[in-house]
Ligand binder design. Structure first.
Ligand code: GLV
Length: 309
């Protein structure tokens, strides 16, 4: 029995050590050293080449190394009968909570203005709003969004979330479905996107959606770049409809050198680093699921291919 592991990031060593400790009965193979394909029962992957997973005849589960699974759905030969499992692990969750809190606090505490003042050698106090006056809305209120929402509540912000189905999170107002989107936007001063990329969310953050926010609202983008119509976002920033944006994901990554986002005075650009899976804690989640599958139980966090996340 073997597990194939493929990542683009040079962290194979940390994963190997964690697997050896927590899964000693399964042989770990690091891609591209695939060996005998029929021995491989589990694949833990980021951006596998198209057709690779289909070439493993005895695959029992595919684990995404990241929270998103769009890198798997991009493979036209993805084996549809094999469970696909999203990465839900404490390290990734903590990292995303930190990122969302950091970005919201930067926007709340006028850090974009202070950065611009520093560049201009300009000293001026900007008045501080109490957190009660800054309503944060998380679009994509899944596991990561829910944890970030709870942390933001701790700072005293009114927090709501929008998702396809209604969620129960103490202290967080849950808006659900297309018909409640405009009410959600109308009460959101900082919009945080943690949406999964699906045909429904592609291009969803466009001029119409942004115009539903109160004038001067701001935006944190940490889902996927293809959800955002970048020209519409730039127009909203230029017109003052949006007062600022913290952007971690882009339609094209790395962000092209000539993108207007780089030098936009109301934008903070990050190179898709909001949160990273931590091998030390992620292997525990993967092993738990492998044990469940070995016992004949349903794995946790299995992707619903109909919904796309
Ligand atoms: C990163 O973007 C991830 O999907 O975890």
């Amino acid at each position: 029995m073997a597990l194939i592991f493929k990542t683009d990031i040079e962290r194979g060593g940390a994963w190997r050590a964690a697997f050896a400790k927590q899964l000693p009965d399964v042989e770990l193979r690091l891609w591209p050293e695939v060996g005998a394909a029929e021995e491989i029962e589990y694949a833990v992957v980021w951006q596998p080449p198209a057709g690779f997973l289909a070439s493993l005849p005895n695959l029992k589960a595919v684990f995404s190394i990241g929270a998103g699974i769009d890198h798997l759905l991009a493979d036209p030969e993805l084996p549809r009968g094999v469970p696909i499992i999203r990465m839900v692990e404490p390290g990734l969750t903590v990292g995303m909570t930190q990122f969302v809190v950091m970005a919201c606090l930067m926007l709340h505490r006028s850090m974009i203005d202070y950065r611009n003042q520093q560049v201009a050698h300009h000293w001026e106090e900007i008045s501080q709003e109490p957190p009660e006056n800054r309503r944060i809305g998380i679009i994509g209120l899944g596991h990561l969004g829910g944890e970030a929402a709870k942390a933001l509540r701790g700072f005293g912000f009114p927090v709501s979330g929008w998702s396809r189905s209604r969620k129960q999170i103490e202290g967080v107002t849950s808006y659900a479905g297309e018909e409640e989107l405009s009410d959600f936007l109308a009460r959101t001063d900082i919009l945080v996107s943690l949406l999964p990329l699906t045909p429904q969310t592609e291009d969803m953050i466009d001029a119409k959606l942004l115009s539903g926010l109160p004038k001067g609202a701001s935006f944190v983008s940490a889902g996927r770049g293809r959800q955002v119509v970048e020209e519409d976002l730039l127009a909203a920033l230029d017109s003052g409809q949006l007062s600022g944006a913290v952007l971690d994901v882009f339609r094209e990554e790395p962000l092209p050198k000539d993108s207007r986002f780089w030098d936009h005075p109301r934008v903070i650009v990050l190179p898709h680093v909001a949160s990273m899976t931590n091998p030390a804690t992620a292997v525990g989640s993967i092993v738990e699921n492998i044990r469940r599958i070995q016992r004949g139980e349903a794995p946790l966090h299995q992707v619903d291919l109909e919904k796309g996340y």
